[in-house]
Design a protein around this ligand. Structure first.
Ligand SMILES: [Fe+2]
Ligand SMILES: [Fe+2]
Length: 374
């Protein structure tokens, strides 16, 4: 690492940055591998470390620590290629977002970290291991190597198997095209239930459709940057055909299991985006860091021309964390009788409650039913 820095920065700056990298590496790797499936109780220590890892002042420490031309030629993906910059412009008939995105501070978003909800019931174990099979297959197909610790992350970033900008975009596009399904299917089924039984829905539909809309905005943003090839599109068609139908049928029979599955899926999404942010923060992928932000993303997440790709991914990771919280909480509810606790604040009650538009009361593993005013 010191030799990389010596090549890329002045001698005066190198000792300062080297010390900073060592400081980053001295943290255990925030539970991403060894402790990633530890129980909530045992992750408390890890979470404190994560918070210190995510301090905003380390954000732009060395975005250019490694120059792209100094890296070995990577095994790149052919599934997605980068688009020209001109594709980032929008047409003149662009409408305003249907679900307005709340404004979150960078401190709140930097405070998001990976956390795992421990499996408690047989349903939890089934959904979790099913999700793990999907995740491992997905890793294999997109050429993703999961680092064991920070040193391993640096080693991967400097090898032929590193995550190039195209590989990240492939991963994001596939991930987001699947992630947009559950909210819309669940919202549609609850809508049908409401009109079929002629009773109110207790505000679940809006949150579910908002989630689906938000995921589609993630996808549309990445589609402005990357262009999927024919094989990738074919894969998405099959993926959607199988997953959407499976989710639809399962949701009719066991909606809680579906929400738990999405909760675990979103845990993995938070993990992926955290790794991506760490790569950029540590200067391991300057090309990705310097990728522009499309207009659609600026409009949706209230970003300015000064904001970077890093800032945009911060927002997207916070969105995934919110989906994780919402779905784990929904899986803890009695869905036939309870109201959606994210939909309405409870005035004149000091107990903290979840809300869809804030990260201030965020709980990564979801809210237990006993803590909710229902
Ligand atoms: Fe997403
Ligand atoms: Fe999500």
């Amino acid at each position: 690492m010191l030799s990389t820095l010596a090549n890329t920065h002045t001698e005066r700056m190198a000792p300062i940055m080297y010390r900073a990298i060592l400081n980053e590496c001295s943290y255990s790797y925030n539970g991403l591998h060894t402790h990633r499936y530890a129980s909530t109780a045992t992750t408390t220590k890890t979470e404190t470390k994560n918070e210190s890892l995510n301090k905003p002042e380390t954000k732009f420490l060395f975005p250019d620590a490694i120059k792209p031309e100094e890296l070995p030629k990577a095994r790149n993906t052919r599934l997605v290629s980068m688009r020209d910059f001109k594709h980032m412009a929008e047409g003149k008939f662009l409408t305003k977002p249907m679900f307005k995105h709340p404004v979150w501070t960078s401190e709140e978003m930097e405070g998001i970290y990976y956390t795992h909800r421990k499996c408690k019931t047989l349903d939890d174990y089934i959904t979790f291991y099913f999700m793990r099979v999907l995740r491992n297959t997905f890793d294999f197909c997109t050429g993703y190597l999961e680092p064991k610790d920070k040193q391993d992350q640096i080693r991967i970033a400097k090898s032929k198997r590193r995550m190039t900008r195209e590989k990240w975009l492939t991963r994001f596009i596939v991930l987001e095209s699947i992630a947009g399904i559950p909210g819309s299917v669940a919202g549609f089924l609850r809508h049908l239930q409401s009109i079929r039984l002629m009773r109110r829905d207790k505000a679940f539909i809006e949150t579910l459709l908002d989630e689906a809309y938000n995921e589609r905005m993630h996808l549309l943003t990445f589609m402005k940057l990357g262009k999927p090839g024919r094989f990738a599109r074919l894969m998405l068609w099959f993926g959607q055909g199988i997953f959407a139908n499976l989710f639809f049928l399962t949701y009719i029979i066991r909606p809680k299991i579906c929400h738990r599955f999405v909760g675990y899926l979103e845990e993995e999404a938070v993990l992926t985006y955290t790794r991506c942010l760490q790569d950029m923060r540590m200067g391991l992928n300057p090309q990705l860091y310097h990728t522009g932000i499309p207009q659609i993303a600026k409009d949706y997440w209230h970003l300015t021309n000064k904001d970077t790709f890093y800032d945009m991914i911060l927002y997207i990771r916070a969105d995934e964390a919110k989906h994780r919280e919402v779905n784990h909480t929904f899986a803890n509810l009695k869905l036939r009788q309870d109201r959606n606790p994210f939909a309405k604040d409870v005035p004149n009650d000091p107990r903290p409650q979840p809300l869809s538009d804030t990260l201030k009361t965020h709980r990564g593993t979801g809210w237990d039913r006993k803590d909710l005013i229902l």
